[in-house]
Write a protein that binds this ligand. Structure first.
Ligand code: MLC
Ligand code: AMP
Length: 501
């Protein structure tokens, strides 16, 4: 089996040369037979721009077919793909650039990037319509695929995640991690070249990149791609697809459309949800409206996919995340890492060929979460039933998941603490009908010095929209425990009905 995942994809696509590979705006962009030459042009462009094996290439742009070609070209070159959210501010991007140390930053003309001259990184543009300097250069060059030979443990991508200390860490994913995981998902979810995947997830996160895109490329299944999730476009697209996947917000937004029901889903064999908890009420309403039980799975950036509900509809149970994928080991442990009996809640640990190689240039953060025995602490808590089925109970890490995007309170707390007159700050999540959780902040202040407008400007300048608190409450004092620690649970309780009844 080829170790470079691009070669693996292309070898599996060979028997399907005439089949559409990518469909964009209802038009076929290329067949599987044509895909390698598109990738080869971008590969040649990257070589001209000085990208070599082992180099990091950072991308900050929205989804497009050219994004897919660029991704595959980076991996073909043996370089390391570093995707970032296009919504990040220039300040957020600057931190990631400093950390990833890329040789090239590919960005859209509209996205925020640090000013030129603030770093030594070469730049190329790639816009959401596929245009920009990278595509222009690629168009002048002959395809040169030159797929580098890679070993299983060579790096393919670095994805930034888990800023529990206020600063994101780069999860180092290898060609072996990605190949083993897509193969396990292909088997578990019965994918074939007959499938058509309706893809509306952002390509800069694990869900859109390593689950949705990879399954299409690995299975030689057509990818019908949308620039972003739009309920009306998804409903129209479902009639041309066999599989749809998304975060829970996608499903609750589909249900908001009164006309959405069995007719729209008649060609679909599988709906998959993940990245955040799928409420049993949404699972139930979706089944009632469409006849489909959504298959919920559980994963992380560091591990790609870990568990999945069974493929058989009757085996999919609301509120559970199913069983470990083939080759993956999951255990529930106590604080001293002893394995707990059935039914007892503890921290979820996992091991397997999908576990990433650690955090980029973070030796001590890696040592804290990656144990010498091969297990990784997920920071999620849960329990197993007597059949081994896993239910997630909560999180031991301080994390808010809003519309499938992770928001780390520590990062926002550090920022708000810089505002003149802020004495103390706490950021926490509260239930939200659309995003699952919403970001909320509370501060205590020295009223003589504090200016809410200054705080608002800092928030807008420094934080991507999805991280910005939906409200900031100014309190006289915080609820605290005997040690003086702010009791976030009490704050969550106090504000839990801010967006829901
Ligand atoms: C947008 N906004 C959000 C938000 N997305 N606020 C909180 N949380 C979010 N997720 C802001 C917008 O900036 C806007 O602000 C307002 O909320 C309403 O915007 P919208 O137009 O309704 O948002 P939209 O652009 O439609 O985006 C919503 C969404 C998007 C759900 C489509 O967030 C999305 O694609 N989420 C998917 C995330 C994902 O792929 N996660 C996978 C991570 S991988 P204003 O002020 O302008 O009104 C992972 C591993 C695993 O977790 O297991 O899969
Ligand atoms: P990320 O760091 O973006 O990869 O997010 C990973 C986290 O998302 C996990 O550690 C979980 O907390 C959460 N997550 C992913 N899938 C699910 C799910 N099906 N149910 C509940 N939480 C999930």
């Amino acid at each position: 089996m080829p170790e470079n995942i691009v070669e693996l994809f292309f070898s599996r696509q060979q028997a399907h040369a005439d089949k559409p590979a990518l469909v964009w705006n209802d038009e076929v962009v290329c067949t599987f037979g044509e895909l390698p030459s598109h990738v080869g042009r971008y590969r040649a462009a990257l070589a001209q721009l000085g990208v070599a094996r082992g180099d990091r290439v950072m991308i900050k742009t929205e989804s497009s077919p050219a994004f897919v070609f660029t991704y595959l070209a980076v991996l073909a070159a043996g370089a390391i793909f570093v995707p970032t959210n296009a919504a990040y501010t220039a300040a957020e991007a600057a931190l990631l650039i400093e950390d990833a140390d890329p040789v090239l930053l590919i960005h859209s003309e509209k996205t925020a990037v640090p000013p030129i001259g603030s770093d030594l990184v070469a730049r190329a543009t790639l816009n959401p319509d596929g245009g920009g300097s990278l595509t222009e250069l690629a168009g002048t060059l002959n395809p040169d695929l030159g797929i580098e030979e890679m070993a299983t443990d060579d790096l393919a991508a670095i994805l930034f995640t888990s800023g529990t200390t206020g600063r994101p860490k780069g999860a180092m994913l290898t060609h072996g991690n990605l190949g083993s995981n897509v193969s396990a998902l292909h088997q578990a979810w019965h994918f074939s070249s007959e499938d058509v995947i309706l893809h509306s997830l952002p390509l800069f996160h694990a869900h859109g990149l390593f689950v949705a895109l990879h399954l299409g490329l690995y299975s030689a299944a057509t990818l019908r791609m949308l620039a972003r999730f739009d309920a009306a476009k998804v409903i129209a697209g479902l009639s041309h697809a066999s599989v749809f996947m998304g975060v829970p917000t996608f499903y609750s937004r589909l249900l908001e459309n009164p006309g959405f029901g069995r007719d729209a889903c008649s060609g679909i064999r599988l709906f998959i949800s993940g990245s955040a908890p799928l409420l049993p009420s949404v699972f139930g309403a979706f089944e009632e409206r469409t006849g489909h039980r959504i298959l919920e799975r559980y994963g992380m950036t560091e591990t790609v996919m870990i568990t999945s509900n069974p493929y058989e509809q009757a085996g999919r149970i609301a509120g559970t995340v199913g069983y470990p994928l083939p080759g993956v080991n999951v255990r529930i442990v106590s604080a001293d890492r002893a394995e707990l009996p059935v039914g007892e809640i503890g921290e979820i640990e996992m091991a397997g060929p999908n576990l990433c190689a650690g955090y980029w240039r973070r030796v001590s953060a890696t040592a804290e979460s990656f144990y010498p025995d091969g297990f990784f602490r997920t920071g999620d808590t849960g329990f197993k039933d007597d059949s081994g089925r896993i239910t997630i109970a909560g999180r031991s890490k301080d994390l808010i998941i809003s519309g499938g995007y992770n928001v780390y309170p520590a990062e926002i707390e550090m920022l708000l603490a810089q505002v003149d007159g802020v004495q103390d700050v706490a950021v926490f999540g509260v239930p939200h009908p659309d995003f699952g959780e919403a970001v909320m902040a509370a501060v205590t202040t020295d009223r003589d010095k504090f200016d809410p407008q200054v705080m608002q400007t800092l928030i807008s300048d420094k934080l991507a929209k999805f991280k910005q608190p939906k409200a900031v409450h100014v309190l006289d004092e915080f609820p605290r425990n005997a040690m003086g620690k702010i009791l976030k649970n009490e704050l969550r309780e106090a504000y839990r009905n801010s967006f829901v009844q």
